[in-house]
Design a protein around this ligand. Sequence first.
Ligand code: 3HC
Length: 290
Amino acid sequence: MTPTHTEQTVKQVGVVGSGIMGSGIAQVCVQAGYRVVIHDIDTAGLKQSYAKIIANLEKWCHKHDQAEQMDVFTNNLIAGAALTDLQDTDIVIEAVTERLEVKQSLFCALENVVRENAILASNTSGLSVTEIASACTRPQRVVGTHFFNPAPVMPLVEVIQGEKTDDDTINRVVTFIERLNKKPIKVKDVSGFVVNRIITPMLNEAMHTLEAGIASREDIDEAIKLSMRHPMGPLALSDYIGLDTLLYFMESAYQETGKESLKPSHLLKKMVAEGHLGVKTGKGFYEYYK
Ligand code: 3HC
């Protein structure tokens, strides 16, 4: 008997993009027992990411006194230099550049590589899943899975249903996310989903507060850490997320919604124009030394 879609479980996972998010997501999937193929067109970046994931998994095994797990993890993590290495995967999660046309052309290429019922998931933090899927021949299999940085630590994943994503895809993804020991929440395909929709105005307001000279960067961050029990203050968090990522999101969300709270501060625009993008460039609201 041919199994129905809902009976089909995920066995093998593909991750495209070996940056911070892709590497973190791949690590989470390996730790949950999946076989994972991680792919990137940047082969040097892929090599670095593979080494980083292995080092993190070693640290995990050591901390949890499970040295014997390391062989299993190593066998289950594959760095695939070609997109065709993803052909046997049941779900592919992309974490590539946050540009619509890049994600659309990747998913079109993937549709020619993976099986017909494989799920194509985007880790987009703000683009419309419906628009990404509009370039695909199987939009019912396209979904958003929005992880948070650092993915191995943060328990939440937003699961975004595009206009044409079918319920079977959503159900399979929710089950998969639960098997990663993460908490999935189902979210409509709206600008910023739930989390970025709520936190971005706060980060923006922290920048306006700094720009207006109301308090120092340290005091603004301490104020929110000590009053709200946030692990990071809003300026440090903005550096951690990446100021270019934030600006890109705010510009498109402001254009879409017209909400003043999403209109990027002059300070943010100036810093991005000067190439100060936060932790990744060594300078944002704070300085970072490797
Ligand atoms: N990868 C894997 N593990 C990591 C990690 C990383 N990049 N960074 C930290 N960790 C682990 C550490 O190994 C450590 O694990 P252990 O307890 O098992 O040893 C644990 O996290 C705590 O790390 P540290 O002791 O080094 O540091 P902190 O206690 O200061 O925690 C932090 C660091 C987890 C980053 C914490 O500051 C935090 O939670 N910050 C807030 C992060 C946040 O808000 N993320 C969401 C950003 S929004 C987003 O991603 C959406 C996007 O669309 C913009």
